[in-house]
Design a protein around this ligand. Sequence first.
Ligand SMILES: [Fe+2]
Length: 205
Amino acid sequence: MASTTTKQAPAWQREGLVLPDALGPRTWDQLIEESVQLREAATVSGFTQTASHRDGSFCTPSQYLSTQGGPVLTAVLRNMDLLGLVREASGRPRLIPVRCGYNYYRLGDFMGLHRDSVKATITFTFALTEGLPPMGWAPQLCEASSDELAALVASQGLYPAGHPVREVPFRQLSAFDGYNIPHWRPPLTQADQQGVIGTFCYFDL
Ligand SMILES: [Fe+2]
């Protein structure tokens, strides 16, 4: 795509989407409870290599625990009111729910620069523990090719400097264009609290 397309991209694609009151306090309590219950079922996720995939996604090494969402998160994923809200906010009336899960970051866990699968037209993330550091993201690289991203990682590493951070708020929904915008999470250090993140995505049919 030409750079002029970037300038015309909707605000949600450039800046992300925040949905401050989309879920009530009881739902947040239940999500936290479910994430704790499912922690034991979580398995090590991640990659050990840099790879470009045919769907346009791109990955570099990562390491964390993950598990699919339970009934509470699945109900959020399939909530028609929320879906309607996001369809309207994004101008994408054909969005459909795809999948959901919890990610558990322990000391040293990380997610190198990557782009989500083609089914993640809109990626939602939310913190279920307090104190999790922000992630890094590079909206200005939304049109970079996978080769360009591989070159960037080769020269600067998995967490390239000089890019903005993106807060993942505690008990608040926010979303971004996970398929096009490269994003990453540097390793958790001892100064950080170990963290739990919920995530789900919608796909534009
Ligand atoms: Fe991602």
